[in-house]
Design a protein around this ligand. Sequence first.
Ligand code: ATP
Length: 357
Amino acid sequence: MAEVGLSGVRKVYPGGFEAVKSVDLRIGDGKLCVLVGPSGCGKSTLLRMIAGLEAVTAGEISIGGQIVNDREPAERDIAMVFQNYALYPHMSVYDNMAYGLRNRRVPKPEIDRKVREAATALSIEAMLSRKPHQLSGGQRQRVAMGRAIVRDPKVFLFDEPLSNLDAKLRVQMRIELRRLQRHLGTTSVYVTHDQLEAMTLADELVVMNAGRLEQIGTPMEVYEKPASAFVAGFIGSPPMNLIPAQAGPDGLRLSGAARPIAMPIHGDIVRPSLLIGVRPEELQPGTGGPGAVAFDLTVSGVEPIGAESLIHGQVGDGHDATVRAAGYVEHEAGAVLPVHTRRGSVHLFDAETGQRI
Ligand code: ATP
C-alpha cells in the first residue's frame, strides 16, 4: 500500500513568502491525483516537498504510512518525471533507463529484463541504442517515463511532463500515460496548469489557488459542483459565466437587468451580492419554457468552432458572457438575443467570499 498523506504541510520560502498554506490531503493507494491551478499557486512546491527536493516548513508527509519528512529523495521510493525530461545526453536510451538500477546494484539480467519490458510498454524497443538527441520530443518523454517505471517505485511524481509536446502528441501521450498508470497501479501525483489535462487524467482532482486547496473531488464532482467561483472559472472551457446579481423582493436580478430571472429565492441566498454561474454549454438561445431561467444577451460576436458556435456578448450591466450553441449560428453584433437555461444548471456564489451558496 502506498497512500500519500499530507498533514498541515506549509512552505515558507526564505524571504518570508508563504507558497503553501497548511495543506491536508490523502491520496489513495494506486490513485492518480492531479494538482491543478494557475501559475504560482504552489503546486510544484507541494510536489517537490513530497519528493523531498524542498524541505517542509511545517507539517508531515507520509508515503505508505511512513513519515518521510527527514528522508532524502533517494530514500523515499519515488520516481519523478519532469517537463524537461532530464535525460543524460551522452548516454543511450538503454543506459538512461538502466542508470538508476545500476546505481542500486541490481543484477544485470534483471536490469535488462526491466528495461526491455518498459521499452515495450512504451513502444521504444527499437530506440534503445539511440542517444536522446536522435529522438523526437515525444520519444524522449517516453524514455523519461521508462526510467521512472523500471525503478518500480511506490509513487510516481509528474511535474508538467507533457507541456513541451505539441497539442496532438500531448493528447496521445496523455491517453498512454493514463493507461500505463492504471496498468501499473502505482500511486501518482501529477502537476499541471492545464485544466483539460487535469480533467481527463485524474482519479482525484485537487484545484489549488494561492497556496491553498480550493477543492478536492473527482473531475465530474468538481465540474458539476464547483466549491467556489475560482474553481468554477478555472475548470471548464470556455469557463463558466460568472455574472454579478442581487436578490431583491421580486427575485434574483442580474446587475443592471430590467427584469428578474425566474430563480426562486430561499433564505440562504439573501445576501448583498451574488455571482450567478452558468456554463456556456448550459445556455441556449431562446426564452425557454415555463420555469426556465432566461435573460438577454447583447451579441458582440460569434465564433464558429466546427460542430458548435460560441456566441459572445454582454448581459445585465455589460458583463461578458458566452453561449455555446449547437451547429453554425449567425448573429449581427448588437443584436439582443434571449438565452435560457434550467434552474438546476444555475450555480450561486457569494460575490464577496467566492464560496458556493
Ligand atoms: P508554475 O505553474 O508557474 O510552475 P506553481 O503553481 O508550480 O507555478 P510554484 O513553483 O510552486 O508554483 O511557486 C509558488 C510560489 O512560490 C510562486 O509565487 C513562486 O514565485 C514562489 N517561489 C517558488 N520558489 C521559490 C523560492 N525558491 N524562493 C522564493 N519564492 C519561491
